[in-house]
Design a protein around this ligand. Structure first.
Ligand SMILES: [Zn+2]
Length: 276
Protein backbone atom coordinates (compact mmCIF):
# COMPACT_ATOMS: atom_id res chain seq x y z
CA UNK A 1 0.00 0.00 0.00
CA UNK A 2 1.16 3.49 -0.83
CA UNK A 3 -0.07 6.47 1.15
CA UNK A 4 -0.29 9.89 -0.48
CA UNK A 5 -0.41 13.32 1.12
CA UNK A 6 0.71 16.95 0.90
CA UNK A 7 3.82 18.69 2.26
CA UNK A 8 1.91 20.95 4.61
CA UNK A 9 -1.73 21.92 5.09
CA UNK A 10 -3.76 21.20 1.93
CA UNK A 11 -4.36 24.22 -0.29
CA UNK A 12 -7.95 23.07 -0.78
CA UNK A 13 -8.45 23.37 2.99
CA UNK A 14 -10.30 26.34 4.52
CA UNK A 15 -8.45 26.27 7.83
CA UNK A 16 -4.80 26.92 8.47
CA UNK A 17 -3.98 24.78 11.50
CA UNK A 18 -2.28 21.39 11.40
CA UNK A 19 -5.37 19.82 12.98
CA UNK A 20 -7.66 21.24 10.27
CA UNK A 21 -5.11 20.07 7.71
CA UNK A 22 -5.35 16.50 8.99
CA UNK A 23 -9.15 16.55 8.79
CA UNK A 24 -9.01 18.07 5.33
CA UNK A 25 -6.62 15.35 4.08
CA UNK A 26 -9.24 12.79 5.07
CA UNK A 27 -11.98 14.68 3.21
CA UNK A 28 -9.77 14.80 0.13
CA UNK A 29 -9.25 11.04 0.23
CA UNK A 30 -5.58 11.33 1.21
CA UNK A 31 -3.83 9.24 3.86
CA UNK A 32 -0.69 11.11 4.89
CA UNK A 33 0.50 14.62 5.69
CA UNK A 34 3.93 16.11 6.31
CA UNK A 35 4.06 18.88 8.89
CA UNK A 36 6.34 21.68 7.70
CA UNK A 37 8.63 22.97 10.43
CA UNK A 38 11.07 24.32 7.86
CA UNK A 39 11.22 27.83 9.38
CA UNK A 40 11.15 26.63 12.98
CA UNK A 41 9.11 24.39 15.27
CA UNK A 42 6.11 26.32 16.56
CA UNK A 43 3.61 23.54 17.23
CA UNK A 44 2.76 23.19 20.92
CA UNK A 45 2.38 20.04 23.01
CA UNK A 46 -1.39 20.57 23.63
CA UNK A 47 -2.10 20.88 19.92
CA UNK A 48 0.11 17.86 19.24
CA UNK A 49 -1.97 15.66 21.56
CA UNK A 50 -5.15 16.66 19.74
CA UNK A 51 -3.52 16.06 16.35
CA UNK A 52 -2.36 12.59 17.43
CA UNK A 53 -5.87 11.61 18.46
CA UNK A 54 -7.49 12.89 15.26
CA UNK A 55 -4.82 11.52 12.91
CA UNK A 56 -5.15 8.14 14.64
CA UNK A 57 -8.93 8.07 14.27
CA UNK A 58 -8.82 9.19 10.64
CA UNK A 59 -5.80 7.01 9.77
CA UNK A 60 -3.67 9.85 8.44
CA UNK A 61 0.03 9.01 8.69
CA UNK A 62 2.04 11.98 9.92
CA UNK A 63 5.64 12.93 9.30
CA UNK A 64 7.48 16.21 9.58
CA UNK A 65 10.09 18.27 7.81
CA UNK A 66 12.66 19.65 10.27
CA UNK A 67 13.94 23.25 9.99
CA UNK A 68 16.20 24.15 7.08
CA UNK A 69 18.73 25.57 9.55
CA UNK A 70 20.53 22.27 9.99
CA UNK A 71 24.09 21.57 8.87
CA UNK A 72 25.54 18.42 10.35
CA UNK A 73 28.66 18.85 8.19
CA UNK A 74 29.57 22.07 9.96
CA UNK A 75 32.72 22.29 12.03
CA UNK A 76 31.53 25.47 13.79
CA UNK A 77 30.33 24.68 17.31
CA UNK A 78 27.48 27.22 17.21
CA UNK A 79 26.06 25.84 13.99
CA UNK A 80 26.31 22.25 15.21
CA UNK A 81 24.41 23.21 18.37
CA UNK A 82 21.69 24.97 16.36
CA UNK A 83 21.39 21.88 14.14
CA UNK A 84 21.08 19.60 17.16
CA UNK A 85 18.48 21.83 18.78
CA UNK A 86 16.42 22.03 15.59
CA UNK A 87 16.35 18.30 14.96
CA UNK A 88 15.60 17.62 18.62
CA UNK A 89 12.63 20.02 18.69
CA UNK A 90 11.25 18.60 15.43
CA UNK A 91 11.67 15.01 16.65
CA UNK A 92 10.08 15.71 20.03
CA UNK A 93 6.92 17.37 18.69
CA UNK A 94 6.58 14.90 15.80
CA UNK A 95 6.66 12.04 18.28
CA UNK A 96 3.96 13.85 20.30
CA UNK A 97 1.71 13.91 17.21
CA UNK A 98 2.26 10.19 16.66
CA UNK A 99 4.40 10.84 13.58
CA UNK A 100 6.90 8.21 12.47
CA UNK A 101 9.67 10.16 10.79
CA UNK A 102 11.18 13.62 10.79
CA UNK A 103 12.89 14.57 7.55
CA UNK A 104 16.02 16.73 7.46
CA UNK A 105 18.53 18.10 4.97
CA UNK A 106 21.83 16.68 6.24
CA UNK A 107 24.18 19.60 5.45
CA UNK A 108 26.63 21.33 3.11
CA UNK A 109 30.07 20.20 1.94
CA UNK A 110 31.53 23.73 2.11
CA UNK A 111 35.32 23.17 2.21
CA UNK A 112 35.22 19.52 3.20
CA UNK A 113 35.90 16.60 0.87
CA UNK A 114 32.96 14.23 0.41
CA UNK A 115 34.50 11.71 2.83
CA UNK A 116 35.22 14.38 5.46
CA UNK A 117 31.66 15.68 5.11
CA UNK A 118 30.33 12.15 5.56
CA UNK A 119 32.37 11.51 8.70
CA UNK A 120 31.46 14.89 10.21
CA UNK A 121 27.76 14.41 9.47
CA UNK A 122 27.76 10.90 10.93
CA UNK A 123 29.45 12.06 14.13
CA UNK A 124 27.10 15.02 14.62
CA UNK A 125 23.93 13.04 13.83
CA UNK A 126 25.05 10.39 16.32
CA UNK A 127 25.49 13.12 18.93
CA UNK A 128 22.07 14.60 18.20
CA UNK A 129 20.51 11.14 18.49
CA UNK A 130 21.91 10.62 22.00
CA UNK A 131 19.61 13.30 23.40
CA UNK A 132 16.59 12.12 21.38
CA UNK A 133 17.12 8.54 22.55
CA UNK A 134 17.80 9.69 26.12
CA UNK A 135 14.38 11.36 26.30
CA UNK A 136 12.70 8.19 25.00
CA UNK A 137 11.47 9.85 21.82
CA UNK A 138 10.55 7.19 19.28
CA UNK A 139 11.25 8.58 15.86
CA UNK A 140 13.09 7.81 12.64
CA UNK A 141 15.48 10.47 11.34
CA UNK A 142 14.88 10.81 7.61
CA UNK A 143 17.99 11.92 5.69
CA UNK A 144 16.66 13.48 2.50
CA UNK A 145 18.30 13.22 -0.89
CA UNK A 146 18.82 16.93 -1.50
CA UNK A 147 18.71 18.86 -4.76
CA UNK A 148 21.83 21.04 -4.90
CA UNK A 149 25.30 19.78 -5.73
CA UNK A 150 26.72 21.92 -2.88
CA UNK A 151 24.60 19.99 -0.37
CA UNK A 152 25.67 16.78 1.35
CA UNK A 153 22.96 14.18 0.76
CA UNK A 154 23.31 12.22 -2.44
CA UNK A 155 21.54 8.87 -2.73
CA UNK A 156 24.80 6.99 -1.95
CA UNK A 157 25.42 9.12 1.12
CA UNK A 158 21.96 8.73 2.67
CA UNK A 159 21.98 4.96 2.03
CA UNK A 160 25.37 4.70 3.74
CA UNK A 161 24.17 6.78 6.72
CA UNK A 162 21.18 4.46 7.04
CA UNK A 163 23.37 1.36 6.91
CA UNK A 164 25.68 2.68 9.60
CA UNK A 165 23.11 4.39 11.85
CA UNK A 166 20.06 2.20 12.52
CA UNK A 167 17.75 5.13 13.37
CA UNK A 168 18.40 6.94 10.06
CA UNK A 169 16.41 6.12 6.92
CA UNK A 170 16.70 7.66 3.46
CA UNK A 171 13.97 10.02 2.29
CA UNK A 172 13.76 9.65 -1.47
CA UNK A 173 13.17 12.97 -3.14
CA UNK A 174 13.06 11.83 -6.76
CA UNK A 175 13.10 15.35 -8.22
CA UNK A 176 16.26 16.10 -6.21
CA UNK A 177 17.93 12.80 -7.19
CA UNK A 178 17.34 13.82 -10.80
CA UNK A 179 18.31 17.50 -10.40
CA UNK A 180 21.63 16.92 -8.65
CA UNK A 181 22.56 14.44 -11.32
CA UNK A 182 22.82 11.30 -9.15
CA UNK A 183 20.56 9.45 -11.56
CA UNK A 184 18.94 10.84 -14.68
CA UNK A 185 15.39 9.54 -14.24
CA UNK A 186 13.74 8.90 -17.59
CA UNK A 187 11.27 6.15 -16.84
CA UNK A 188 10.57 2.77 -15.28
CA UNK A 189 14.14 1.48 -15.65
CA UNK A 190 15.67 4.08 -13.36
CA UNK A 191 12.95 3.73 -10.72
CA UNK A 192 13.31 -0.04 -10.82
CA UNK A 193 17.09 0.23 -10.32
CA UNK A 194 16.68 2.61 -7.37
CA UNK A 195 14.27 0.26 -5.60
CA UNK A 196 16.27 -2.87 -6.40
CA UNK A 197 19.30 -1.19 -4.89
CA UNK A 198 17.39 -0.12 -1.78
CA UNK A 199 16.08 -3.64 -1.36
CA UNK A 200 19.56 -5.09 -1.70
CA UNK A 201 21.24 -2.60 0.63
CA UNK A 202 18.49 -1.80 3.15
CA UNK A 203 16.20 -4.83 2.97
CA UNK A 204 12.82 -4.15 4.50
CA UNK A 205 13.02 -0.38 3.81
CA UNK A 206 11.11 -0.89 0.52
CA UNK A 207 8.10 -1.92 2.61
CA UNK A 208 7.96 1.38 4.50
CA UNK A 209 9.87 3.89 2.38
CA UNK A 210 9.31 7.63 2.75
CA UNK A 211 9.52 9.90 -0.28
CA UNK A 212 8.83 13.31 -1.78
CA UNK A 213 7.58 13.92 -5.28
CA UNK A 214 7.22 16.88 -7.62
CA UNK A 215 8.54 17.86 -11.01
CA UNK A 216 11.57 20.12 -11.01
CA UNK A 217 13.36 22.96 -12.79
CA UNK A 218 17.13 22.65 -12.47
CA UNK A 219 20.45 23.89 -13.81
CA UNK A 220 24.18 23.21 -13.55
CA UNK A 221 24.21 23.57 -9.76
CA UNK A 222 21.14 21.38 -9.35
CA UNK A 223 17.69 22.26 -8.05
CA UNK A 224 16.05 25.59 -8.96
CA UNK A 225 12.41 25.08 -7.99
CA UNK A 226 9.65 22.51 -7.79
CA UNK A 227 6.95 22.33 -10.47
CA UNK A 228 3.44 20.85 -10.62
CA UNK A 229 2.87 17.44 -12.18
CA UNK A 230 2.39 17.56 -15.93
CA UNK A 231 4.61 20.63 -16.49
CA UNK A 232 7.45 18.91 -18.34
CA UNK A 233 7.17 15.40 -16.94
CA UNK A 234 10.66 15.68 -15.38
CA UNK A 235 10.95 13.40 -13.55
CA UNK A 236 7.89 11.43 -14.69
CA UNK A 237 5.48 10.22 -11.99
CA UNK A 238 3.52 7.53 -13.82
CA UNK A 239 6.46 5.11 -14.27
CA UNK A 240 7.27 5.43 -10.55
CA UNK A 241 3.73 4.46 -9.60
CA UNK A 242 3.86 1.57 -12.07
CA UNK A 243 7.07 0.18 -10.56
CA UNK A 244 5.62 0.51 -7.05
CA UNK A 245 2.37 -1.19 -8.03
CA UNK A 246 4.07 -4.03 -9.91
CA UNK A 247 6.44 -4.86 -7.09
CA UNK A 248 4.04 -4.33 -4.21
CA UNK A 249 6.35 -1.91 -2.42
CA UNK A 250 4.83 0.04 0.48
CA UNK A 251 5.48 3.53 1.73
CA UNK A 252 4.54 7.17 1.67
CA UNK A 253 4.69 9.70 -1.16
CA UNK A 254 4.48 13.32 -0.06
CA UNK A 255 3.62 15.77 -2.81
CA UNK A 256 6.00 18.75 -2.77
CA UNK A 257 4.51 20.18 -5.93
CA UNK A 258 3.21 23.78 -5.71
CA UNK A 259 -0.19 22.12 -6.13
CA UNK A 260 0.40 20.07 -2.96
CA UNK A 261 -2.77 18.07 -2.24
CA UNK A 262 -4.16 18.42 -5.78
CA UNK A 263 -1.13 16.58 -7.14
CA UNK A 264 -1.22 14.09 -4.26
CA UNK A 265 -4.78 13.23 -5.32
CA UNK A 266 -3.65 12.97 -8.92
CA UNK A 267 -0.93 10.46 -7.99
CA UNK A 268 -3.30 8.48 -5.80
CA UNK A 269 -5.90 8.19 -8.59
CA UNK A 270 -3.23 7.02 -11.02
CA UNK A 271 -1.82 4.50 -8.53
CA UNK A 272 -5.27 3.03 -7.84
CA UNK A 273 -5.75 2.44 -11.57
CA UNK A 274 -2.43 0.61 -11.68
CA UNK A 275 -3.04 -1.76 -8.77
CA UNK A 276 -6.38 -2.90 -10.17
ZN1 LIG B 1 13.31 18.75 2.02
Amino acid sequence: MIRFGPAGIPIQCDGNSTLEGVRCCKELGLDAMEMEFVRGVRLKADAAREIKKTAGELDIMLSSHAPYFINFCSTVRDKINTSKRNIYQAAEITHATGGRITVFHPGYYQKLTKEEAYKTAKKNIKNAWEKIKGRKIKIVLGAETVGKKSQFGGLDEVIRLSQELGYVEPVLDFAHIHARGDISIKGEDEYRKIFERLEKELGDYVNHFHSHFSEIEYGEKGERHHLPLGTKNVPPYKPLLKVLAENGYSGVIISESPKLDIDAQKMKRQYKKMVK
